[in-house]
Design a protein around this ligand. Sequence first.
Ligand code: ADP
Length: 347
Amino acid sequence: MNNFTPRKLAFIVALLLAFFISVLLSILLYFQNNFRIYYTFAIFLSTFTIAYFLILAAVEKFVYNKIKVIYKTIHNLRIDPKNKLHNLNLEKDILNDVNKQVIDWHSRNLEEIDRLKKLEIYRREFIGNLAHELKTPIFNIQGYILTLLEGGLNDPAINRDYLLRTENSVERMIALVEDLDMISKLESGGLALNIEKTDLLSLTKEVINSTELQAKERSIKIFLKESSDKPIWVMADKARITQVLTNLFINSIKYGKENGQTQVAFYDLDENILVEINDNGIGISGEHLPRIFERFYRADKSRSRTSGGTGLGLSIVKHIIEAHQQTISVKSEQNVGSVFSFTLRKA
Ligand code: ADP
């Protein structure tokens, strides 16, 4: 029954029917003394022809139309756009074909469901993390305001201090919202990069200067490994690479040790320039290292929060470098230090 097409089915049934009817009628004619062999042939041929087309029409109407509904359902769901509906023809083994297509459709659906499930877990985790991040500053603000309302406002010992703390919490929320905005723009491709020929050396010097104050607060020195004035030309979006360097330098300060140092070096690779930012800070242990570029992932939770970290900095850095079609990596050893390296295409 494997390759039993509707045409074959109609042919066999019509043949059997024509055979029995012509034999039956021939016997009748024989008893009426009217038997002629060409009558038998004529009856056989006409019965066969009529039966064949009737059966084919019936098969088409009842089976084919029902199968067509299944095909339509599969194709309407756009599971297999290559395989058009009009390919269905009665010469083929429709049932086997439908069976095969349903199995294909099912396996493709399973992959799709798997992908959607992962997205759903990711979405849930993201919302959970976001709620968690927002909770602390909101509750803090609520606490400070209640204290002020319940009399603190007239107490010069705390009123200014509590307002400053409120301001800090608001700033923390703004930083979070700004980072989220940047991530969502980078992920949705809504942030067009303005890639141009850029002198990486002078850009790095500018960022070192702009982070100097924060570095000084922790007595950390950020410096170039080799001092030079020769420009290092790369193709980059100036504003975004400034952000990458700022995030990496600020991290090397936040997770650095007092009196520590952060060294920046450039290496000439074939087509790219490799930038290395090397600190002698607290480092990251092996268990955390593979995940630190994930959103909200923190190796050192308490230090990140007290220093105002949103947990999104490295995730933004990675997005920006990848939007430049380049890569970033990290090597680190706990209590020894970390090295963040990324590449940029030479101009
Ligand atoms: P955060 O706002 O928490 O700093 P990031 O995405 O910038 O978020 O960094 C993620 C985590 O990676 C940090 O919480 C910290 O634990 C770790 N980390 C990042 N940079 C360094 C570094 N230079 N030295 C040690 N740990 C680091």
